[in-house]
Design a protein around this ligand. Structure first.
Ligand SMILES: [Zn+2]
Ligand SMILES: [Zn+2]
Length: 601
């Protein structure tokens, strides 16, 4: 991958004679894969010159993707000046975190209302598609993108991009989950550990480093990292190169130099070979896969897709708080999201509520009278039903505590006073979004590696369509009167369609795949109504295009026992399959299986 920095400044553009070397433009990064997939991350003022460069190159039509971490000004202010968005024929996909209130399009249109700007979002000539996303993975061309929430007063996503055997991670704006880590010392645990795993063995991490440890005392809760924390979390994650960015506007070039020098010294003293530099406007970093290195791919448990709006409302949050002032703050933060809050003033009350009816989130005061927050948490974890293992529990603490102690109690997240209502609201939202957008991903079969070897040996993946398969899916669609019939092969992280009757992409992510369930069970799978099935109701192929309601898949098992995929039927209407039809589907499966085993013509 090729990475170029177009904006490295935090908060506000800071041009001037003392910011010439690192640059004064706000956040913007360009990433291109070897095959030319173009992704921009964030759209601060730096994007204007990038737009000019792209226009001068004359690629028409221009196809690009824009990942927005969050919609704070310094990350979107360049958007109205990004010329490629004005050119008819160009196509852009814009991705940003799904919020609870305004849509992404409305949020971006806000800064272009005529009070602020002469041209509206609607006047942009390019075809623009807006995607509101949550945590998880998706594909953009040949780049696999994984999004994960950061810790910031606005809902913010970090992005990990993997392609060509390399990985780059962008993590701005982000504050240590545990403030005790701001100095760069201490055990990385809990949600900070999760953050480190997100960076794991990346070739390049571009990390928020707005403050230094010495400055942090006065900046708690502002949503930014210290350079020391960025270095420590990256070092512990086995990162190869670390770019410190989101430079504070008060920082001149010499001040950035001093921070970089101090961090380099720190990293060297720790015995690490990680390379550290201050991200500078115009700087290019080329990433090449090391031949002997196996990149540790992230396996997200959820994939990013617009969750159903309804999944985010009508949720119940159980609050256990004795302090009336804290209760009022919590109510205010949660009520804004049209979520039911049930307030209990003691631990027994919370426990009874949670065990009696399902909750989406629990927020507890650490020093609840009687049974304290961690004790309630332990009790919930030991008594709740299996499906509540994932129930997020936030404990509000008066002071920083060791994250490790929290882990033993089963606390999902610690929120340490003082914090703003916005911070609390964002934390609660990110936990709700995480759980709202979860569907069941098929587990990996026990013989996965053998299965993949058998599939690859068929040498059929990524081959052109063939009439002998197309004929069978055409027949299947006609026999069962469904709009879509497919020969689907389940590869390591995708399902690829050898043949498909209907208007479809050539492949989709494995984590969204129905067929992967049939493959692991090695048995026919019939889903009469996906909306009514907990395994699939939140699946992005159900909640979004192509709006799957009915699915029936017949596994394709080779003579050596490897189950490589299915022949399957898909409909946008719920329906049933009777015994005779199940028999016919099995017959079709046999015909497809025979074709798979035939030597290629
Ligand atoms: Zn920022
Ligand atoms: Zn921000």
């Amino acid at each position: 991958m090729f990475v170029r920095f177009w904006g490295t400044r935090g908060s506000i553009a800071t041009p001037g004679e003392d910011t010439i070397r690192y640059g004064g433009n706000t956040s913007c990064i360009e990433v291109q894969s070897e095959s030319g997939t173009l992704i921009l991350i964030d759209c601060g003022t730096g994007v204007r010159r990038l737009g000019d460069r792209l226009m001068a190159e004359g690629r028409r039509p221009l196809r690009g993707h824009l990942l927005i971490s969050h919609t704070h000004w310094d990350h979107i202010q360049g958007l109205p000046f990004f010329t490629p968005l004005f050119v008819p024929g160009n196509e852009w996909d814009i991705y940003a975190p799904q919020g609870f209130e305004a849509s992404l399009e409305d949020t971006l249109a806000g800064q272009m209302q005529y009070t602020y700007f002469p041209i509206t979002l609607g006047d942009l000539g390019a075809t623009i598609r807006y995607h509101e996303i949550v945590e998880g993975s998706f594909r953009v061309g040949d780049i696999r993108v994984t999004a994960q929430y950061l810790n910031h007063p606005a809902l913010t996503l970090g992005y990990r991009l993997e392609a060509d055997g390399t990985a780059v991670v962008y993590a701005c704006d982000h504050e240590p989950h545990s403030r005790a880590l701001a100095g760069g010392d201490g055990d990385i645990d809990g949600n900070d550990r999760r953050h480190a795993e997100f960076l794991a063995s990346a070739d390049l991490v571009i990390h928020d480093a707005q403050y230094t440890a010495a400055e942090y005392e006065g900046k708690k809760g502002w949503g930014h990292s210290t350079a020391e924390y960025a270095a420590e979390v990256a070092r512990s994650a086995g990162v190869h190169r670390l770019a410190l960015t989101h430079h504070d506007p008060r920082r001149d070039d010499d001040a950035v130099d001093r921070i970089v020098a101090a961090i380099r010294q720190r990293v060297t003293d720790s015995g690490s070979a990680m390379e550290v530099f201050g991200a500078a406007e115009g700087q290019v970093v080329e990433l090449h896969a090391a031949p002997d290195r196996h990149l540790q791919l992230l396996t997200g448990e959820v994939a990013a897709a617009p969750p159903q709006a309804s999944a985010l409302f009508e949720r119940t949050v159980v609050v256990g708080v004795a302090d009336p002032q804290l209760a009022a703050t919590l109510r205010e933060a949660i009520a804004a999201d049209r979520i039911h809050a049930i307030v209990e003033t003691d631990g027994e009350g919370v426990l009874a509520r949670v065990l009696e009816a399902p909750a989406s989130l629990v927020i507890l005061q650490e020093d609840l009278p009687g049974m304290d927050g961690p004790a309630v948490c332990r009790a919930i974890r030991s008594r709740a039903a299996k499906e509540e293992d994932d129930l997020p529990i936030i404990v509000v603490a008066n002071r920083e505590r060791k994250a490790a102690a929290g882990d033993a109690d089963g606390v999902s997240d610690w929120l340490v006073k003082p914090f703003s209502t916005a911070y609390l609201r964002t934390r609660a939202r990110s936990w709700l979004l995480r759980t709202a957008c979860r569907w069941e991903k098929a587990p990996l079969p026990p013989d996965e590696e053998k299965r993949l070897a058998a599939l690859h040996k068929l040498a059929i993946l990524d081959t052109p369509p063939e009439e002998r398969f197309d004929r069978l899916t055409r027949l299947a669609a006609a026999i069962f009167d469904v709009p879509t019939a497919l020969v689907s092969l389940v590869d390591r992280d995708r399902q690829w369609f050898k043949a498909g009757y209907g208007d479809l992409p050539r492949e989709t992510p494995r984590e969204e795949s129905f067929c992967a369930h049939a493959v692991v069970n090695r048995a026919p799978l019939v889903v009469p109504d996906a909306m009514d099935d907990d395994r699939f109701a939140d699946n992005p192929t159900v909640t979004g295009e192509p709006r799957v309601r009915f699915y029936a898949g017949q596994p394709l098992i080779l003579p050596d026992g490897a189950c490589v995929g299915t022949v399957c039927l898909v409909d946008t209407r719920p329906r049933e399959l009777d015994e005779r039809q199940k028999g016919l589907l099995a017959d079709l499966g046999e015909l497809v299986r025979r074709e798979l085993l035939l030597p290629k013509a």
